[in-house]
Design a protein around this ligand. Sequence first.
Ligand SMILES: CC(C)(COP(=O)(O)OP(=O)(O)OC[C@H]1O[C@@H](n2cnc3c(N)ncnc32)[C@H](O)[C@@H]1OP(=O)(O)O)[C@@H](O)C(=O)NCCC(=O)NCCS
Length: 171
Amino acid sequence: MKIRKLTEENRAKVYALLRRAFPRSTYEADLVEAFHKNATPIHEWVCIHTNKVIAYIAFSHAYHGNEICGLHLAPMAVAPEFQKQGVGSELLKFALRQAAIKSQPLFVLGEPRFYKRFGFEPCSTPICPFDKNNAHFLSLHDTTAEKFMIGYEAEFKTTGKPSKAGGKKRR
Ligand SMILES: CC(C)(COP(=O)(O)OP(=O)(O)OC[C@H]1O[C@@H](n2cnc3c(N)ncnc32)[C@H](O)[C@@H]1OP(=O)(O)O)[C@@H](O)C(=O)NCCC(=O)NCCS
């Protein structure tokens, strides 16, 4: 298994992987497709096994007001037939070692039991707009004590909704 930056030729394979890994939702695939379409700056890697894309991870900017304050980890997925074999852990550990990622406060809305294994801790601030009481919101390397609502790239809000005129806005 190799871990590589996502190339343009593998983008469609990633959308297909996300649709399979999240069978009840097209949100994740549509979100990543929107990032690519809008050329939104993200960090993303894939696991390649026998020429197939079997896992994907992405990080996009997190905002405090208009300032970038770290990165959101989302989405992350492993192809169903490769889940629970250590692939997701290997990809996440790899990403956390990369210079662009390890130097930043990181945030994730996800299953605490999974992300705690990698050093993420539940946080009461910043506040995640998509999670009641931050019950599934975790951070790593974040030292802020100030209470504020964290911002996401506009695609998190516009995905799955009709596009609006007026360009990109952060939520
Ligand atoms: C969540 C996901 C990325 C984990 O990747 P993976 O390759 O299956 O995970 P690993 O094999 O590296 O698992 C490591 C450990 O975490 C556990 N784990 C995996 N998913 C978990 C979950 N959702 N909740 C709690 N524990 C989980 C595994 O049981 C394993 O435990 P073990 O070492 O005691 O056996 C993958 O299962 C997946 O794509 N799921 C569907 C999409 C999804 O939910 N994405 C994450 C959004 S937060």
